[in-house]
Design a binder for this molecule. Structure first.
Ligand code: CTP
Length: 400
């Protein structure tokens, strides 16, 4: 089988050096990569580096190897074009259809999925000109990954960093797997909670659970690849931030509730994948609880935590908002799931069986997705991203 053909466009920002790592990931995972840098980007990384790492010729202009008509052929034969980093200038050219070098010509001739990974200073990213260009590109079907927040060039910090190359690779891999299908969550804001809450007892102890957060992260990564704006609210996962998601952190159920309700205010979809503690210690002890010789420990008194899923579902912030819950059950899985779907009044409930052999933290999952309309979609044992894509298929069908 031919290797999938990927065009890696590199425009002139300092983050160009990170594209070397993205290129390595792509080639090592069996892709045939043609790097098309802009002239400006060669100030940061030279053509020799791209040529050596890709094993393919590198050119920036349309005037070399003219007999091969590269300005048309490279785009036409690509299975994926990814531009990383994409500067404000590159986004503007792409949005307006300018074609003054090989990369911009390639963008006009490509009919495959296109991914942009912008990187620039916060002011440039937030400027209405850039935001309108990004909106135009998204409306036309491109996946534009939101930049990460963090240290920028010089002394500045803010939104505009190129996400981790490994995470950009993950977006590319998913977009390639989906093929030319239009990103069906484009224009949608999805809020996902992931991980497990910790309910503090004293400054060193908490009540927690064994949720790894991997299913929630798989939902976030697949949603980015399907074009959604993603807010991921994570509780104690320690996992690397997915490219393109705005990641917020919450520790306890009360903090998670606050973050979810705030983000849900302008969300089209809310997915509660987090394992929320049903109870918390009634009293937080400000100093470490010490054992005392000859004394039994004081019994632990617990109080109920708010049910975030039920609250979001009962009081929808927007008409048509879709609310998805999860349920981990050990017995009478489907019957309990149906009852929970009714009780929590959500639109979809992903029910999985947990037990001794079905451990938390695994890379796979098996579930049945129950719909409020009575539907049942069984997802056989497999990678968590397959279950995630099934959830998004069901969500997208409800939007249609
Ligand atoms: N959930 C929530 N807030 C809580 C508890 C759970 O939002 N305080 C959400 C979870 O994120 C999940 C769903 O509710 O999406 C189901 O969680 P589960 O623990 O299975 O449900 P419970 O209400 O705890 O039901 P039970 O204890 O009867 O199994």
């Amino acid at each position: 089988m031919d290797k999938p053909k990927v065009v890696l466009g590199v425009s002139g920002g300092i983050a160009a050096y990170k594209a070397c790592e993205l290129l390595r990931r792509l080639t090592e995972s069996g892709h045939d990569v043609r790097v098309v840098p802009t002239e400006a980007s060669l100030n940061f990384v030279g053509a020799a580096t791209w040529s050596a790492l890709s094993g393919n010729p590198v050119q920036t202009e349309v005037w070399e190897s003219v007999h091969e008509v590269p300005h048309v052929r490279i785009g036409q034969s690509a299975d994926l074009v990814v531009v990383a980093p994409a500067t404000a200038d590159m986004l503007a050219k792409a949005a307006h259809g300018l074609a003054d070098d090989l990369l911009t010509n390639t963008l006009l001739t490509a009919r495959c999925p296109v991914v942009f990974a912008p990187a620039m200073h916060t002011e440039m990213w937030e400027h209405p000109a850039t935001q309108e260009n990004v909106a135009t590109l998204r409306r036309r079907g491109a996946v534009v990954i939101e930049p990460a927040v963090g240290r920028l060039t010089g002394v500045d910090t803010g939104k505009g960093r190129l996400p981790d190359p490994g995470e950009i690779f993950e977006v590319c891999r998913r977009v390639l797997t989906r093929g030319p299908a239009v990103p069906d969550l484009a224009g949608r804001h999805v809020v996902i909670s992931a991980g497990g809450t910790r309910e503090p007892l004293d400054p060193v102890r908490y009540l927690g659970n064994r949720s790894s957060g991997k299913q929630g992260y798989a939902l976030a990564r697949t949603a980015v690849a399907r074009g959604a704006r993603v807010t991921l609210i994570e509780a104690n996962t320690g996992l690397p931030d997915p490219a393109g998601a705005d990641v917020l952190r919450a520790g306890s159920a009360v903090q998670l509730r606050e973050a979810v309700l705030k983000a849900a205010a302008d969300a089209d979809v809310v997915v509660m994948a987090a394992a929320v503690a049903d109870f918390r210690p009634a009293r937080y002890v400000t100093g470490k609880i010490k054992k005392k010789d000859g004394q039994e420990p004081a019994p632990l008194t617990l109080v109920r935590n708010p049910d975030i899923l039920a609250e979001v579902a009962a009081d929808r912030a927007r008409p048509g908002q879709i609310v998805v819950g999860f349920a981990a059950e050990t017995d009478d899985v489907l019957a309990n799931g149906r009852e929970k779907l009714r009780r929590k009044a959500c639109d979809l409930l992903v029910v999985n069986e947990v037990g001794e052999r079905k451990t938390f933290g695994s890379e796979e999952n098996e579930a049945v997705v129950l719909g409020a309309d009575g539907s049942e979609t069984a997802v056989p044992f497999g990678p968590k991203e397959v279950l995630a894509d099934t959830v998004w298929d069901l969500v997208a069908a409800r939007f249609r």
